[in-house]
Design a protein around this ligand. Structure first.
Ligand SMILES: N[C@@H](CCC(=O)N[C@@H](CS)C(=O)NCC(=O)O)C(=O)O
Length: 295
């Protein structure tokens, strides 16, 4: 096993890469990073001082690859399959990268802005920034809705890098700013994503950690399926997202969660992004330089 993935099961950018790995059954060793644990955190910082996950380590090629999009492009290059995540055709390639950027920057980052505001110390929150993020998210939803009226996946018929980005971004965004009745096609798209075996498996593995999500509304794998119960996806399969109703091929291939949900001491919470960090540590991070950098 030469690939190691440093990740956290709750982290949305990690979900993006896990989807790609599970799509093509690429073997890897999962290494759960607990930023709240000195040893785990120090080992990760030694590898990637920015301490942002996911990070892929390819021992055979002696490469450390960071950034979810870059990791997926790396998999295309060094674990090639018949269905690359970025199509070979030049026009399809730039469009795929454009939608990948769209979902990262105009769905995922906005969602993280809204969630991250919850973690700021009293008096240091950014209500105007959150208001702007919610408004921008509404514009992004409208764009997705228009596109998804006539497409199965972000790039049409093929499942690409852009869908890997869209799945966790829409899943968490829908938790905090639910898609409405005017977003029927987007909801159906999210439903298709959640029914996709690769993402269903990621969600199943993330489920033990959902209680750590720092908003009143916790992520629920079944929520969208409930709304769409009985509907058929374009692929013909009825949505099945709850772990109990996972497609059989997922149940077969799903290894037990790489690590059982760690016994987290009380007070441990979600970090600025999505990793687990004890409450006192993320409070410290917002002081002094760290606060200036992040504000
Ligand atoms: N642009 C990066 C974003 C990575 C990122 O923000 N990761 C979050 C988890 S979803 C993280 O590491 N959070 C931990 C922290 O900020 O302390 C990517 O695409 O990989």
């Amino acid at each position: 096993m030469t690939l190691k993935l440093y990740f956290h099961p709750l982290a949305s950018y990690c979900h993006k890469v896990l989807i790609a790995l599970y799509e093509h059954d690429i073997a890897f060793e999962p290494i759960l990073v607990d930023l709240g644990d000195e040893k785990s955190s120090a080992a990760f910082r030694a590898l990637w001082p920015l301490a942002k996950f996911p990070v892929l380590r390819d021992e055979a090629r002696n490469c450390t690859v960071a950034e979810s999009t870059v990791i997926i492009e790396y998999l295309d290059a060094y674990r090639p399959t018949a269905a690359p995540f970025v199509p070979a055709d030049g026009d399809l390639a730039w469009q795929t990268r454009m939608w990948d950027r769209f979902y990262d920057l105009y769905v995922q980052e906005l969602m993280q802005k809204i969630v991250g505001d919850r973690l700021r110390p009293a008096g240091r929150t950014d209500p105007f920034g959150v208001e702007q993020a919610v408004a921008q998210l509404g514009r992004s939803y409208a764009m997705i809705e228009a596109w998804m009226k006539s497409n199965s996946w972000a790039m049409g018929d093929a499942f690409t890098l852009a869908d890997c980005a869209a799945a966790p971004a829409l899943f968490y965004a829908n938790t905090i700013t639910p898609l409405g009745s005017e977003h029927r096609s987007t909801r159906a798209y999210l439903d298709r994503l959640m029914a996709r075996p690769s993402f269903a498996r990621v969600l199943e593995e993330a489920q033990p950690y959902f209680a750590m999500f720092p908003m009143e509304r916790k992520p629920q794998v079944s929520r969208l399926c409930g709304h769409l119960a009985g509907r058929r996806t374009r692929r013909g399969a009825a949505p099945s997202c709850t772990p109990g109703s996972l497609p059989s091929q997922v149940r077969r291939s799903a290894t037990p969660p790489t690590a059982a949900a760690p016994q987290l001491p009380t007070g441990r919470s979600w970090s600025s992004g999505c990793g687990a960090l004890p409450r006192h540590r993320w409070q410290k991070r917002f002081r002094g330089k760290a606060l200036a950098r992040r504000a």
